[in-house]
Write a protein that binds this ligand. Structure first.
Ligand code: ZN
Length: 636
């Protein structure tokens, strides 16, 4: 049974990669005595250190880019085949690469054609800076041309891979080639060999040989009929040797997290953990004093809701949530201090965590489009401010769909600077919204806060700030987790949106609606269906795995034995069926999971109806320690 399943998986994977391979666009073939294309001067051809590109490739690439309206073209030399080509096919479908703005950059690392408009925003490295810097550059280009990047086979150009001199360059090249699949490749290859070997000796001989043939010929089957081409027999016969050699090479390659040396961070974290004495009991300098009243309605009827550790980064600490018996507001109590928030936010959205979060934000394109849809249903704003908008993922999509609107970004972190640099927003500013609100008074037709309010230390002061920044009639769109979800109650600490320690406040639809009305807003619409994120069971499974075998490679974790990562990897591989089941249920049961009372997220749109800003008498005003919480961009 297992053998049949694995055979099926190998076949399905081959078909998937073959479809990608045959879809690769290619440059027009070389024509002798051709004339340079008219717009040649607008495109610059850049190549890896030590690689020279024939003039006709430059011409043909510029012609192709101009015809297709593309600004960045990464060139795959013909004959760049074998395992490297398969690894690149594994990463992305060439069509998706052009259509999906948030995909990570992919590059063969050989040569790239770039339009001068892109070069106004990004500077190419000097050849003396070496191959690793070059790789970072080619991979970064997709961010500067999110909808205008392409991967193309340069026909009639037989350039081998750049001759990499140092071990570091070879490792960087492999790490870039395999990306996030590096870990999987290390553990999957031996499983494949064992399976192929096992099926030859234990199964019916004919069936075993069929599997062996399929495995040997897989790369050639995928590539032979594609623009990438391959020579059948040598590639198939060499597969066992090439595979083993590649696996040995990969073993010594570390996944590159922006060249951050985890071990070098260890002393800093050890010091920070020692400083936060008592954090594992939810006490000490990283926490404020515990409140005895509800921050929304001032009731003193507080009941403990749950106490959980940090399942996401696995930093030490214990966080308690309280529920108000009067208005049902749920909040972190005692709340983290600024120092505490800084400790827990460190290396989450930036540093070590940056690449992972980038993938999560990038996966939400549909939800950004739906938010734009909600705005358009209620107005045609001229100037819009996205608060806590991180790297500008939402503003990029919104700019694309509503080109007549000016989209600006406000966030505390330097992500704003990246967004401005890449052109993902029309303007950006750094700071705390409640502090900046006065100078922005009455300037916007719209303000949005998506997965932001729950990170702030005082959500009511954020609503006051929004009221201040808006013109009369302006729209405010808020998206937050819905604490009324049945999953929050039934999955308990396994429910993603509790997201400790970052989520400090959980405002129910009723509490948020009332707080807005008290400030002179009229609630126009509440959506739970589109806003629901189909990830409840998937993340519950991941949290379970993280509880059984936490990631201990991080600089804040107690070091584990060298065998630990192998065991953890084996557990993850064995849990794949469970993860797949959870993902399938999340998707299949979406019609049920999106109903009120089930949905994990809601989106509310309100309109400022009065200039008066009647302060809630129970509200204590803006808290000065909002600072670190706004380093949040959005939670997942
Ligand atoms: Zn209350």
């Amino acid at each position: 049974m297992l053998t049949h399943l694995l055979t099926f998986a190998l076949l399905a994977d081959s078909v998937r990669l073959w479809r990608r391979a045959v879809s690769y666009p290619r440059l027009a073939p070389r024509v002798d005595h051709a004339q340079p294309p008219a717009l040649l001067n607008e495109y610059v051809l850049l190549s890896a250190p030590g690689v020279s590109v024939p003039e006709d490739v430059h011409w043909r690439a510029a012609q192709w880019a101009d015809d297709e309206g593309v600004l960045v073209v990464d060139l795959l030399p013909e004959g760049w085949t074998g395992l490297d080509a398969i690894a690149q096919l594994n990463k992305v479908h060439p069509y998706d690469y052009s259509l999906k703005p948030f995909l990570s950059g992919v590059s063969a690392g050989v040569a790239v054609l770039v339009h001068e408009r892109v070069l106004e925003r990004v500077t190419p490295p000097e050849p003396r800076e070496g191959y690793e810097v070059w790789l970072d550059f080619t991979h970064s280009l997709k961010r500067f041309a999110p909808w205008e990047s392409a991967l193309v086979v340069a026909t009639d150009w037989r350039q081998p891979r750049p001759n990499l001199l140092s071990q570091g360059e070879r490792n960087a090249s492999l790490s870039a080639l395999y990306g996030a699949q590096l870990g999987l490749m290390k553990s999957l290859s031996p499983v494949m060999w064992l399976w192929v070997g096992y099926s030859i000796v234990s199964e019916d001989l004919l069936y075993g040989l069929l599997i062996a043939f399929l495995w040997l010929a897989q790369p050639a089957l995928i590539l032979a009929s594609s623009p990438l081409k391959a020579t059948w027999l040598p590639l198939s016969l060499a597969r066992p040797f090439l595979d083993f050699k590649r696996w040995l090479e990969l073993l010594s390659v570390q996944e590159r997290s922006k060249h951050i040396d985890r071990e070098a961070l260890r002393p800093t974290y050890e010091e920070a953990i020692a400083h936060g004495k008592g954090l594992e009991r939810g006490e000490g300098p990283y926490f404020q004093a515990e409140r005895d009243t509800c921050p929304i309605c001032s009731s003193s009827q507080l009941v403990p809701h749950m106490a959980v550790p940090d399942f996401y980064q696995g930093k030490p600490g214990l966080f308690r949530l309280h529920r108000c018996g009067t208005c049902e507001h749920i909040f972190q109590n005692p709340q983290l201090s600024i120092e505490g928030l800084q400790f827990y936010y460190k290396d989450f959205y930036d540093g070590l965590g940056e690449e992972g979060m980038d993938m999560i934000f990038g996966a939400s394109e549909q939800s950004y489009r739906q938010r734009v849809g909600m705005i358009r249903a209620h107005g045609a704003p001229e100037r819009w401010l996205d608060v806590g908008g991180g790297h500008g993922h939402f503003t990029l999509i919104a700019k694309h769909l509503m080109p007549q609107t000016r989209f600006e970004l406000l966030d505390l972190s330097d992500s704003v600077d990246f967004a401005v640099e890449r052109g993902w927003c029309d303007a950006g500013m750094r700071g705390l919204f409640p502090e900046r609100a006065q100078e922005l008074e009455g300037q916007y037709d719209g303000v949005s806060m998506s997965h932001y309010l729950e990170h702030t230390t005082d959500p009511l002061s954020e609503l006051d700030a929004a009221h201040c920044a808006l013109k009369e009639g302006g729209l405010l769109m808020i998206e937050v987790p819905d604490p009324a979800s049945i999953f929050g109650k039934s999955l308990r600490s396994f429910w993603l949106p509790w997201f400790q320690p970052q989520h400090l406040h959980f405002m129910s639809v009723e509490n948020l609606g009332r707080s807005l009305e008290e400030r002179g807003f009229e609630v126009l619409d509440v959506d739970r269906e589109q806003a629901h994120q189909s990830v409840d069971l998937f993340f519950a499974t991941l949290i379970l795995l993280q509880r059984i075998a936490p990631d201990r490679s991080q600089p804040w974790a107690t070091p584990a034995s060298p065998l630990y990562p192998l065991g953890r990897g084996a557990l993850l591989v064995c849990s794949l069926p469970l993860i797949l089941l959870a993902v399938s249920l999340d998707r299949l049961l979406r019609p049920v999971f999106t109903r009120p009372g089930w949905s994990n997220t809601y989106r509310m749109i309100a309109q400022k109806t009065s200039l008066a800003n009647p302060q809630d008498p129970t509200h204590e005003g803006s808290s000065p320690d909002a600072e670190a919480s706004e380093e949040s961009e959005r939670s997942s």
